[in-house]
Design a protein around this ligand. Structure first.
Ligand SMILES: NC(=O)c1ccc[n+]([C@@H]2O[C@H](COP(=O)([O-])OP(=O)(O)OC[C@H]3O[C@@H](n4cnc5c(N)ncnc54)[C@H](OP(=O)(O)O)[C@@H]3O)[C@@H](O)[C@H]2O)c1
Length: 287
């Protein structure tokens, strides 16, 4: 693959391409003629992505140095032009809110919010200078609806939505468009990665939620048993393509039935009513 400075091709940087949505997006956009900088935090994944024919780079959202190095490499390779950024990399830290240590919550926000934000601020000058750009944030249905035992993740995605809504207004007239994609359940490695975070940070034995955690753990550890209405990553990629290629990208894209449903319910129900619906939708996970 050519690594010469290329200012004609549409180009995009994608985070979290080792698996799931990022991986599917990197391949789909490459097939559509985009120059894709597919990034992953582990060297071994970068190597694998290169073997798959992708132009891959290391980018760890937890490291400012890694973010800076990746952006500098892309600047060199593109002559300082980048059409789009897909902020996709993230993970879920499960656990009851009262069991989240400062460290666990900080780690969750470092990756999902602060790293994503830092990368965005490093890429934006290129987009402002060229007078156009697309930034797409992979949020979640949990970016506007809270579910029990997912507080850290919910917090990170609500915060990402707030930052994004603000940024969109601040970029009005700049030629840079910002969109949020809000997927519901999607087939990926999300659950197994969340299980790892759960084991690393949640002291189940000493928790008031110890009994519920047995259920939580069984759900996270199981490789089968998809949540209802689960879609494949391509459902997200379809919205991503619209956000990147349409003349009028939307501020928000809902993916999956639960996202559409909860968005409508949130508009019409009281907070208590919404709590009832959200608790009922996760009842099997607790009892
Ligand atoms: N799957 C769902 O049901 C669902 C629903 C709504 C929203 N989402 C969102 O979709 C996005 C992609 O998730 P996915 O479902 O495709 O899950 P996934 O298969 O677990 O992929 C997540 C990606 O993020 C990467 N990542 C984690 N920490 C990182 C860090 N510090 N720096 C850079 N990359 C990091 C992972 O890399 P490693 O392999 O190195 O860990 C992986 O490549 C996330 O933003 C997630 O919140 C997913």
């Amino acid at each position: 693959m050519s690594q010469a400075a290329d200012t004609s091709t549409r180009s995009t940087l994608i985070t979290g391409c080792s698996s799931g949505i990022g991986h599917a997006a990197a391949h789909a956009l490459t097939r559509r003629g985009w120059r894709v900088f597919a990034t992953a935090r582990a060297e071994a994944d970068v190597k694998r992505l290169e073997e798959e024919g992708l132009e891959a780079l290391v980018l760890d959202l937890d490291s400012s140095a890694s973010i800076e190095a990746a952006v500098e490499t892309i600047k060199e390779r593109t002559g300082g032009r980048l059409t789009a950024l897909f902020n996709n990399g993230a993970y879920g830290q499960p656990g009851a809110v009262e069991d989240l240590s400062r460290e666990a919550l900080r780690a969750q926000l470092e990756t999902n919010l602060l790293g994503t934000h830092e990368l965005t601020t490093r890429v934006l000058p290129m987009m402002r200078a060229q007078g156009h750009g697309r930034i797409v944030q992979n949020s979640s249905v949990l970016g506007f609806a809270a579910l029990p035992y997912r507080g850290a993740y919910v917090c990170s995605k609500f915060a990402l939505e707030g930052l994004t809504d603000t940024l969109r207004m601040e970029l009005k007239g700049s030629g840079v468009h910002v969109s949020l994609i809000e997927p519901g359940p999607i087939t990926s490695r999300f659950r197994e990665n969340a299980y790892r975070a759960f084991q690393a940070h949640i002291d189940t034995a000493h928790s008031a939620h110890a009994t519920t955690y047995q259920k939580v753990e069984a759900r996270l550890a199981s490789s089968d048993g998809k949540a209802p209405f689960t879609l494949e990553p391509e459902a997200v990629v379809d919205k991503l393509i619209h956000a990147l290629e349409s003349r009028r990208p939307r501020p928000r894209y809902a993916v999956t039935v639960p996202t559409h449903l909860f968005a409508v319910l949130k508009r019409i129900l009281s907070s208590r009513g919404m709590d009832r619906v959200l608790l009922r939708s996760t009842k099997d996970e607790r009892e």
